[in-house]
Design a protein around this ligand. Structure first.
Ligand SMILES: Cc1ncc(COP(=O)(O)O)c(C=O)c1O
Length: 389
C-alpha cells in the first residue's frame, strides 16, 4: 500500500523508549538536549509579536511564489545589517529550512541523484533525502585543533550523479564555521564538476566571539543556495518563517529562480499573517541573540569549571551554534552511556551516534539549557563517569 521511500524502521530506539518511561514516571529530568528556545526561559517581546500578527492587511490574499515582497525586503534588511547585499528578487520564502532543502532537492535531483552532506551533522537529513528520493553521500569533517573538511575524502565521494554539496555553517553539533580556504576549494570543485553549494546557515549569527562570520549569500563563484529562518535566528521555531537565497553566476541564478518559482507556486505554503509579521519577527533576533550569548557563555564557563577538576572528560573547541561536544571514555557504546545517565541519574544527553560520529566516546549537550539544569546535569555526568573509572 505504501511507497518504498517511506519504508522506515519506525520502532523507537532504546533511548527514546527509556525517555518515554522517564517522562511518565514523573521524576525530575535534567534535559541537556533542550533545543526548543521557547521552553528554555528566554524573554520575548510578546506585545510586539502579537501586534505584528494582528495586521488587518492579512485579510487580503496576494499570492506570490517567492513570498510577499515586503517580507523579502525584511530578509534583505537582515543581511544588509550584516554587511551583505541580497536583492529581494533573489529570495524565496519558505515555512522552514526543511522545506527550503526539499525545494532545492526537487530542483536539482532526479530520483537516485546524490547530495554530499557533512558527517557528523544534523540527523534530519536522512528523512529529507528519503522523501525527495535523493541519495545522501557523506563526507567527513575531522577534529584536529578545531574542525576541518576532509577535502580529499569529499573529492573521492563525488560521482557523476552528485548534484550538490551541503555545508552547515556553523555545523550542528560541532559548532564550526566553514573556513575561507574551504569555501574556495568548494567553489573550485563545484565550478569544475557543475555542482551547487547548499549552505545551511540557521546558526550563522551564533558566533561565540561575537564576530559576524561571512554568509554564503555573498558567494558568486558557484551556484549557491543559502537558507536560514527565524526558527533559530530569533528563537521562534513555531512561527514557521524561513527563506532560500539564490546566488551565483547570473544565468544559472536566473534559471534556478524561475524553476524554483514553479515549485513554490505549486504549494504557496506561507500564510499572510506571518509574512506581514516578518519585520517584527526578525527584529526579535537582537534581543534573543543577546540572551543566547549570556546563557551560552555561562554554561560554557560552568562546563569548563567542572571539567577542570577531573581528567576523564574533555570538550571539543566550539566556535558557535547551540551545542557542545564532550569527549568521554569509550568504554562502552555512547548509547549505553546515555541510557545509564538517563535511567540512573535522570540526565538526558544525546549520544554521538545520533549525529553520526564515526566512533564511540562522544556526548552532545545543548548550551541553551537553563543554567541550573545544565550545572546539575553536568555534575551528575562527571560524577557518574568518575565513579566508573
Ligand atoms: C542545522 C539545522 N538546519 C535546519 C534546522 C531546521 O530548521 P527549521 O526549523 O527552519 O526547519 C535545524 C534544526 O535544528 C538545524 O539544526
Amino acid at each position: 500500500m505504501f511507497s518504498s521511500r517511506t519504508n522506515w524502521n519506525l520502532k523507537q530506539n532504546r533511548l527514546a523508549e527509556a525517555l518515554a518511561r522517564h517522562k511518565s514516571s514523573g521524576r525530575k529530568l535534567f534535559d541537556l538536549t533542550a533545543s526548543n528556545p521557547t521552553e528554555c526561559g528566554f524573554h520575548y517581546d510578546a506585545p510586539a509579536i502579537i501586534r505584528a500578527l494582528c495586521n488587518p492587511a492579512a485579510l487580503q490574499y496576494l499570492p506570490d511564489p517567492r513570498g510577499l515582497e515586503s517580507a523579502r525586503h525584511a530578509v534583505s534588511g537582515y543581511y544588509a545589517q550584516r554587511g551583505a547585499q541580497v536583492a529581494a528578487d533573489d529570495l524565496l520564502l519558505t515555512v522552514s529550512t526543511s522545506e527550503a532543502y526539499s525545494f532545492v532537492f526537487r530542483l536539482l535531483c532526479n530520483p537516485g541523484d546524490e547530495v554530499l552532506i557533512p558527517t557528523p551533522s544534523y540527523p534530519l537529513f536522512d528523512f529529507l533525502a528519503d522523501v525527495n528520493d535523493v541519495k545522501l553521500v557523506r563526507y567527513p569533517v575531522f577534529y584536529d585543533h578545531g574542525w576541518h573538511i576532509d577535502l580529499h575524502a569529499l573529492r573521492q565521494a563525488l560521482t557523476p550523479r552528485t548534484r550538490g554539496i551541503v555545508v552547515v555553517h556553523p555545523n550542528n553539533p560541532t559548532g564550526h564555521y566553514t573556513k575561507r580556504e574551504e569555501v574556495e576549494a568548494l567553489n573550485e570543485i563545484c565550478r569544475s564538476a557543475q555542482l551547487t553549494i547548499i549552505a545551511d546557515e540557521v546558526f550563522l549569527d551564533f558566533s561565540l566571539n561575537g564576530a559576524s562570520p561571512p554568509s554564503f549569500v555573498a558567494n558568486t563563484a558557484a551556484l549557491t543556495f543559502t537558507m536560514s529562518g527565524v526558527s533559530k535566528i530569533s528563537g521562534l521555531p513555531q512561527m514557521k518563517f524561513a527563506w532560500l537565497a539564490v546566488n551565483g553566476p547570473e544565468e544559472m541564478k536566473r534559471e534556478a529562480l524561475s524553476r524554483l518559482d514553479l515549485i513554490a507556486d505549486t504549494y504557496l505554503s506561507l500564510n499572510a499573517p506571518i509574512q506581514l509579521a516578518a519585520p517584527a519577527l526578525l527584529q526579535q533576533s537582537s534581543g534573543f541573540q543577546q540572551q543566547w550569548m549570556v546563557r551560552v557563555r555561562r554554561n560554557l564557563a560552568e562546563l569548563d569549571r567542572r571539567l577542570s577538576s577531573q581528567n576523564q572528560i574533555s570538550r571539543l573547541a566550539v566556535e558557535g551554534g547551540w551545542y557542545a561536544v564532550l569527549r568521554v571514555p569509550a568504554t562502552r557504546s555512547d548509547e549505553e552511556l546515555a541510557l545509564e545517565l538517563l535511567e540512573k541519574h535522570d540526565v538526558y544527553v544525546h549520544p554521538g551516534h545520533f549525529y553520526d560520529f564515526s566512533g564511540d566516546g562522544y556526548l552532545i549537550v545543548s548550551l541553551i539549557t537553563p543554567e541550573q539544569d545544565f550545572s546539575e546535569g553536568l555534575k551528575r555526568i562527571t560524577e557518574s563517569i568518575a565513579a566508573k573509572i
